[in-house]
Design a protein around this ligand. Structure first.
Ligand code: PRP
Length: 184
């Protein structure tokens, strides 16, 4: 990312420190229990990889994938599951791990879907929370960082499937990036 339309929002050191804090909090809250950590693909894969390795409690892992109809930077409102979890949810302490809560529609759908399968408990851990963008009143139980509006990439988050691999989190100008791509 060598263009001028990006700004560092979170450095890797800040991310690492906060992930360890979250893992400590989660490990204390679930002391004596086992959790089933369910990552929401694709964006959560890096956050979940760091979080799971910082836990001090037993944990199984699985993944789910949901998509909203429509392209671009906005959720359209209609969510569909495109990959289900493979492990049994019944009786488990489910901890859903997500990269970002925006409108809240994706997590509301996933929480409702998993709650219908008789889990012992369901909680949500989100790396980033764009609180001002909610279309539904959704609250995550654990939040890494809150932010105002802005388009972000890195640490699992993408723009047109680019930049997920970046170790820092950047705010970009999506319009500027469209222009840059058209010029290439
Ligand atoms: C992003 C993000 C969340 C969702 C949040 O996923 O990872 O799942 O949008 O938006 P919402 O709160 O408005 O529902 P995206 O559909 O971009 O897929 P990805 O994780 O594969 O990048």
């Amino acid at each position: 990312m060598a263009d001028s339309s990006k700004k560092v929002f979170l450095q890797p050191s800040e991310i690492s420190r906060r992930v360890k804090e979250l893992a400590g909090e989660i490990s204390r809250d679930y002391a004596g229990e086992e959790i089933l950590m369910i990552g929401v693909l694709k964006g959560a894969f890096i956050f979940m990889a760091d979080l799971v390795r910082a836990l001090s409690i037993p944990c199984q892992t699985d993944f789910i994938r949901a998509a909203s109809y429509g392209a671009g930077t906005e959720s359209s409102g209609k969510i569909v599951m495109t990959k289900d979890v493979e492990l049994v949810v019944d009786g488990r302490n489910v901890l859903i791990v997500e990269d970002i809560v925006d409108s809240g529609l994706t997590l509301q759908y996933i929480v409702d879907t998993l709650k219908a399968r008789n889990p012992k408990s369901v909680k949500v851990c989100a790396f980033l929370d764009k609180r001002s963008r909610r279309k539904v009143p959704f609250e995550a139980d654990y939040v890494g960082f809150t932010m105002d509006d802005g388009f972000i990439v890195g640490y699992g988050l993408d723009f047109n499937e680019q930049y997920r691999y970046l170790p820092a989190v950047y705010v970009i100008d999506p319009v500027g990036h469209h222009k840059n791509e058209e010029q290439q």
